[in-house]
Design a protein around this ligand. Structure first.
Ligand SMILES: [Zn+2]
Length: 641
């Protein structure tokens, strides 16, 4: 009440000044009242019923019916989830929600959307009503230009935050909800939800709470197979075609080894069960999204059937599994929020994602999911990139933790200067340095394994959340090995203008070296993407159609005004091919011959001579001297063999 009086006084006081001035008209802002109830840690009175009809595969339309108990008449604010865990950003799919119709006892209820919060719907609840019904449709994107495709003729990815609303005013863990979903005939679904009862194609689950529901998505498909990986972990796979489910026993054994290595690292499990949801597909929108007792993963259809060609993409499942500990069980305090409306702050994502990116490679190596060559090649690629990325000059790694909010993963014109979500891979290299520092200071008696067990491990089977801050990370590191960890982390992660993050590589007995052929990671990912990554020579990547992208700031391509989207039409007067360009770059190493390109942009053609004579260059890790290979120690299996 006092606050409103003050505002009114301020407005009145402003009026004479507005008349007195002789410049342009200058309005005052309208005072917007805060009208969405803040979340409270108290039980919601009653259990929501959520029924999802997911049978419309042809159109990708999910039909939703929700029954929501209400305690009193008046305004009820329903929220569509906005801030999504794992995305660390306001990415709720509100634009795809349509046909919202609340009713009570069959009578329509009036509603309005809050103009300053488009995720909030106010419904007028009449007196005497015990519950309201809500129906709406989720119009899932039918092509990627509309958003991520979640339904294909062979599979679907059900994310409950897309097909449900929740009442404002409560912690989501305090809102009971009971789910029933109808799948297409003959399809099988998997989700980390308990109390499943199947009746025909109807799946119903025991009541849970809304936080757990949103954290427990479902993959369903026409072609489905599952494998027990031990430790109460199951690998559930859907595929575009049945033939892609043909995994060999050795493939499954490596996934089981991954689970054993991960549990051996952390010492306990922050789950009672864990479901890998894996889609082998060219059609479903790509995903790698962590949850506490499951993860959503997609890989190319030949994940199993072309095993050797897919070494470079097998880091995803290790990554998402580690998140059950690092990210879900242990969560940065400002990233944990009581509902899906409170903004998340990602400043410690260099732990959440950075150390997860470190462990995914280490555990992939220990389990045999990936070869040592591949693990080292991936670090080489990241170290190579950060040794030239100019944006490091102005932007600290920690500032890039805001990039999910700033950029929402949309393509950038000059990403190497703007920087992106660098807390993943620069974080990984920073934790490699920390690990080697501990190992070498303690004669290999201690390592980052000890930190992982102490910090991310916990009470067996506790799948709640345990929040932490920067000081907790520093204290846990100091408990393993006393060092100026606060200074170590602040300098590398919170300050811009750092040297290339290669100290861990050098401590391991290696150096970053340059060769005229790609490392195995770059080789395989170029083969899969059908592109040509010339970041370290011409300073661009060229796709299969000759279109340039990822222009490196201040590179030869940049200086020749090549931008993302410029088409490389010809090399030395002959139509572009990867081989022709490679030959031209090699020929230019004589120090005189330019790399001559014909380029096109917007219907305008230019011939350009790139005075680049450095040859083809890709980053590699090279062993130095005859000292110990610390990578062998780091990647040695720990599970009982
Ligand atoms: Zn992650």
């Amino acid at each position: 009440m006092k606050k409103q009086l003050l505002v009114a006084t301020a407005l009145i006081a402003a009026i004479p000044a507005a008349f007195a001035q002789t410049g342009n008209s200058r309005p005052q802002p309208v005072v917007q009242p805060h009208v969405v109830p803040l979340p409270a840690d108290k039980p919601y009175p009653g259990t929501m019923q959520l029924k999802v009809d997911a049978t419309d595969v042809a159109r990708g339309i999910f039909r939703v019916r929700q029954t929501i108990p209400v305690a009193k008449p008046g305004k009820l604010t329903l929220l569509y989830p906005e801030w999504l865990p794992g995305k660390h950003a306001p990415r709720g799919a509100i634009a795809e929600m349509a046909g919202f119709k609340p009713s009570a006892g069959g009578k329509p209820l009036s509603w309005t959307r809050q103009p300053t919060d488009v995720y909030a719907f106010d419904v007028d609840v009449p007196a005497g009503v015990k519950s309201i019904d809500v129906t709406f449709d989720f119009l899932s994107p039918t092509r990627s230009s509309e958003g991520r495709v979640v339904v294909t003729p062979a599979m679907m990815n059900l994310q409950w935050e897309q097909v449900s609303l929740y009442p404002a005013g409560y912690f989501t863990r305090q809102i009971p909800v009971q789910l029933e979903v109808t799948l297409p005939d003959g399809w099988t679904g998997a989700a980390a939800l308990d109390g499943l009862k199947i009746s025909g194609n109807r799946y119903s689950f025991a009541p849970t709470n809304y936080e757990v529901l949103v954290d427990s998505p479902m993959f369903a498909g026409r072609h489905f197979r599952k494998w027990d990986l031990g430790q109460n972990v199951t690998l559930n796979v859907v595929a575009d075609e049945a033939k892609y489910l043909d995994a060999r026993p050795d493939h499954i054994a490596r996934h089981a080894a991954l689970v054993s290595e991960t549990v051996a690292l952390f010492g306990s499990r922050p789950f009672d069960r864990y479901e890998f949801l894996l889609a082998l597909t060219d059609e479903l929108g790509g995903i790698g999204l962590e949850h506490h007792r499951s993860s959503e993963n997609s890989r190319s259809p030949d994940y199993f059937t072309q095993w050797d060609e897919n070494d470079h993409i097998r880091g995803l499942l290790p990554h998402e599994l580690v998140h059950s500990w690092n990210g879900k069980y242990r969560r940065p305090d400002k990233l944990w929020t009581p509902d899906f409306r409170t903004p998340m702050q990602g400043n410690l994502l260099w732990v959440y994602e950075g150390q997860t990116s470190y462990w995914d490679l280490v555990l992939a190596g220990r389990s045999g999911m990936q070869s040592k060559d591949m693990v080292l090649a991936e670090w080489a690629t990241h170290a190579g990139f950060y040794s030239v990325q100019p944006g490091r000059e102005w932007r600290a790694v920690e500032d890039t933790t805001l990039d999910p909010v700033i950029a929402a993963r949309k393509p950038k014109p000059f990403a190497s200067w703007a920087r992106g979500e660098d807390y993943y891979n620069e974080g990984s290299l920073t934790w490699l340095e920390a690990d080697l520092l501990i190992r070498q200071a303690t004669n290999d008696a201690k390592s980052l394994d000890d930190f992982a067990r102490a910090f991310f491990g916990g009470r067996e089977g506790d799948w709640g959340q345990h929040a932490y801050d920067f000081d907790d990370v520093v204290a846990a590191l100091n408990a393993v090995h006393p060092h100026d960890w606060a200074g170590f982390l602040r300098q590398r992660l919170q300050m811009p203008g750092q040297v290339a993050p290669v100290a861990g590589i050098e401590r391991a007995g290696y150096r970053l070296a340059w060769r005229d052929a790609p490392n195995v990671y770059d080789r395989d990912r170029m083969a899969q993407a059908k592109n040509y990554d010339l970041t370290h020579s011409l300073g661009m990547t060229i796709d299969k159609d000759g279109i340039a992208g990822a222009i490196l700031w201040d590179s030869p391509a940049f200086k020749a005004d090549i931008v993302n989207g410029t088409k490389i039409v010809a090399v030395d007067g002959t139509s572009y091919s990867k081989d022709r360009l490679e030959a031209a770059i090699r020929a230019a190493t004589d120090g005189k011959t330019p790399v001559r390109l014909l380029v096109e942009r917007g219907g305008r053609y230019r011939q350009i001579d790139l005075a680049y004579h450095g040859g083809l260059r890709w980053p590699h890790l090279e062993k130095v001297g005859s000292g110990p290979d610390w990578f062998d120690r780091l990647l040695a299996p720990r599970r009982q063999l």
